[in-house]
Design a protein around this ligand. Structure first.
Ligand code: GDP
Ligand code: MG
Length: 390
């Protein structure tokens, strides 16, 4: 294969020379910094090994050129992001360290970038890490003890994905409710008509606690039942679990009209994308959130990131299957420390030093594709507290 090395003052000039000398559809195989600017390794398109004609997609004429151009653009963008990453690390190592800490702990890039952008100047790495911890703690929306929904009483429905821990959590919450109000003033409602055995599970807990259990097959049943339970100080409704994309989710929104407040039950041991979906679908306009399965979440950073961005108050955390022991009031410092510690775990998914420039390239590409509007939800919502930047 006929490859050639080009040295130019910058990538744009290099690319122009490549095109001029090897043709419009030349392919840049690699780029790297050079004392005189940038070094590009390029090859004419025809010199590349290509699949046999039969396997080739239809890339004749202009579509082939377009595809090649977009490939070139991608390659160059990744390389430039790599340079930018190297430069940023040399120029602003503290800010880069803050970003790395957040990414390693599973926080998402939009929050990480916002926080890094607010980092006060002149801090050393240790001071920056202390600042980061404090800002995360201050911005984690933890509901105060005085706002404990079980002590306050009311009608609550637990909503969330299948298996997120709704029924188990109801049993834990009901125990608190009984402690606060007595068993005669607490009622459980099984409104999970979709799953065989769902009621049986709740009945066992109701019997153990000595509280009444009411079963509803549908929304109409719930509408009839709730006025009957008006005198109870605390009513806990167990709903059917849906996938966040399931249209039946609307049924749970109809609860609002009945004066029922929703508590979104979200398992912290899921991928960030699943947590984000659940937070959007179940958390929207919910009274509060309950994070479950923290005992099975080695990196709870993604769940905390989602709470911070959605400003959904965290009412309880669950860290195990035991009823009622494994339910606690949340403590922001404990949760943030756990998340940051999760970033130190050595796993095959952790980025190694040489992966960072590549990661930066992927991020740059993503930012490009999602528009240059610089998604900064925190700034837009003006909710980032205590960063020293207002
Ligand atoms: N490890 C762990 N398991 C939990 C937790 N909460 C619930 N579970 C388990 O998760 C499974 C599903 O719980 P369930 O309450 O039936 O979920 P639902 O479908 O949302 O009602 C059960 O095996 C529970 O024991 C928790 O905080 N930690
Ligand atoms: Mg259930």
């Amino acid at each position: 294969m006929n490859t050639r090395v080009f040295i130019a003052a910058n990538a744009r000039e290099g690319l122009m020379r490549v095109r001029r000398e090897l043709g419009d559809d030349a392919v840049v195989l690699s780029t790297r910094p050079h004392p005189q600017g940038v070094e590009l390794l390029a090859s004419a398109y025809g010199d590349l090994a290509v699949p046999a004609i039969g396997e080739m997609p239809d890339t004749s004429g202009s579509s082939r050129i377009l595809a090649e151009l977009s490939r070139l653009r991608g390659l160059l963008q990744n390389q430039l992001a790599g340079f930018a990453w190297g430069t940023a690390r040399r120029r602003d190592p503290v800010r880069v360290a803050v970003l790395q800490t957040l990414f390693a702990a599973g926080f998402g890039s939009s929050l990480a970038r916002t926080l890094a952008a607010h980092l006060p100047r002149g801090l050393d790495i240790e001071a920056a890490q202390r600042w980061l911890r404090q800002v995360l703690i201050r911005n984690l929306p933890v509901a105060g003890r005085e706002a404990d929904p079980m002590t306050a009483g009311g009608h609550y429905a637990l909503v969330g994905s299948t298996g997120s821990g709704k029924t188990t959590t109801i049993a834990k919450l009901a125990t608190r409710g009984v402690d606060a109000h007595g068993s005669a003033d607490v009622a459980l409602v099984a409104a999970d008509a979709y799953r065989i055995g769902a009621t049986a599970q709740l009945r066992i807990y109701a019997d153990l606690l000595g509280v009444s259990l009411h079963v509803c097959d549908d929304q109409a049943g719930l509408v009839r039942l709730l006025p009957e339970l008006k005198a109870r100080k605390l009513v806990l409704i167990d709903t059917a679990g849906f996938a966040p994309s399931d249209p039946r989710i609307r049924e749970s929104r109809a609860l609002d009209a009945l004066g029922v407040r929703r508590l979104a039950v979200i398992a912290a041991n899921q991928q960030g994308a699943a947590i984000e979906q659940a937070m959007q679908r179940f958390g929207e306009a919910a009274a509060a959130c309950i994070l479950t399965k923290l005992d099975e979440a080695p990196q709870p950073g993604a769940a905390l990131d989602s709470l911070i961005r959605h400003r959904l108050p965290l009412a309880y955390i669950a860290g195990g299957q035991r009823v009622p022991e494994d339910l606690h009031a949340p403590n922001a410092a404990y949760l943030i420390d756990r998340a940051l510690k999760g970033g130190q775990l050595v796993t095959p998914y952790a980025l190694e030093a040489e992966d960072w420039p590549l990661f930066a390239g992927v991020e740059a590409d993503r930012a490009e594709r999602h528009g240059r509007m610089s998604i900064d939800p925190l700034k837009r919502m003006n909710i980032l507290k205590g960063t020293g930047a207002g």
